[in-house]
Design a protein around this ligand. Structure first.
Ligand SMILES: Nc1nc2c(ncn2[C@@H]2O[C@H](COP(=O)(O)OP(=O)(O)O)[C@@H](O)[C@H]2O)c(=O)[nH]1
Ligand SMILES: [Mg+2]
Length: 283
């Protein structure tokens, strides 16, 4: 895959994030529950240092609950890290978790000082949605394409916590090609920069590894598809993506598959599992 956008904004994001970090009491790192590893921005890890971090696994309604459980356990074992899953289906839970976790941090501050929280995350993980949930109203523009938040903004919650939206465009780490493909499949890389067919084949391979039965059910297949390409051809045939001469239009089928994955129509699918828990590091 050639990724045609290049994160030229990275230097700017680094500078802005580095400037903001010292004034923050906590970083709320927003991760896509379907890919909590690949959707983590390496700048956040690098620049937050000892600052406590609340990792919010958003869109958990779209992710495999077992995988999310494993990720939460893994993330909670990191130093200074708290983690929970969130979905727009349960906004009150999200408000409650954030309030409990930030209250814990406020204990270390003077009596009338507000907790200052920085919201960070790569495009399209649900940062604006989270801010709106916490504010009980629309203060940040939500989009289903990456990079809607262009301007930094700060809002104050009822309990006094100040939320600052992460600055600039925090592009994900693209050196990791498989990670970049997962992000593209999930929609965190602009669609203009990707080739649907390449992404769909990559995504179909991942989905078939662990969730083949979901594709059988969704597309009413007679048998488990033998390959990503055969899954896409079946989708094309069933959805009428046929070119003159009866040839399946694989690009059309690819678009259908990618969109249905992103919307959750195929089922609850996670694209990666946490690294296996490391054995006793002292041995
Ligand atoms: N299914 C589902 N979609 C969500 C959830 N949270 C956010 N989204 C969608 O994800 C897309 C990106 O959200 P947005 O808040 O704009 O992301 P941002 O770029 O990080 O600010 C939008 O289409 C949201 O509606 C969730 O919990 N479940
Ligand atoms: Mg946004």
């Amino acid at each position: 895959m050639s990724l045609q956008w290049y994160p030229g904004h990275m230097t700017k994001a680094r500078r802005e994030l580095a400037a903001l970090m010292p004034s923050q009491d906590v970083v709320i790192e927003v991760l896509d529950a379907r890919l909590p590893g690949s959707s983590a921005n390496p700048l956040v890890t690098e620049l937050r240092r000892q600052t406590p971090c609340i990792k919010v696994l958003t869109k958990s309604d779209l992710a495999d609950p077992e995988a999310t459980k494993a990720w939460l356990q893994y993330l909670r074992s990191e130093p200074n890290v708290m983690a929970f899953e969130a979905t727009t289906d349960r906004p009150q839970d999200t408000r409650q978790r954030i309030s409990e976790l930030t209250r814990g941090l406020a204990r270390h501050r003077g009596p009338d000082k507000r907790v200052r929280a920085l919201i960070a995350g790569v495009p399209n993980v649900g940062k604006s949605t989270l801010i709106n949930t916490l504010m009980h109203r629309t203060v940040a523009a939500v989009g289903n394409k990456p990079a809607v938040t262009k301007q930094q903004q700060a809002v104050i919650l009822k309990d006094g916590t100040t939320l600052t939206d992460s600055p600039g465009l925090m592009w994900p780490k693209i050196e990791d090609e498989r990670g970049a493909f997962r992000l593209a499949f999930a929609g965190s890389i602009p669609d203009t920069a990707i080739d649907y067919l390449t992404i769909a084949i990559f995504g179909a391979q991942l989905v078939l590894e662990r969730y083949a039965s979901l594709t059988v059910a969704r597309y009413k297949l007679a048998a488990t598809p033998a390959s990503a390409e055969s899954l896409l051809s079946e989708i094309g045939r069933r959805r009428g993506a046929i070119r003159p001469g009866g040839i399946v239009d694989l690009h059309k089928a690819a678009e259908i598959f990618v969109h249905e994955f992103r919307s959750g129509a195929i089922g609850r699918i996670s694209l990666e599992l946490p690294p296996a828990a490391r054995k006793d590091p002292l041995v």
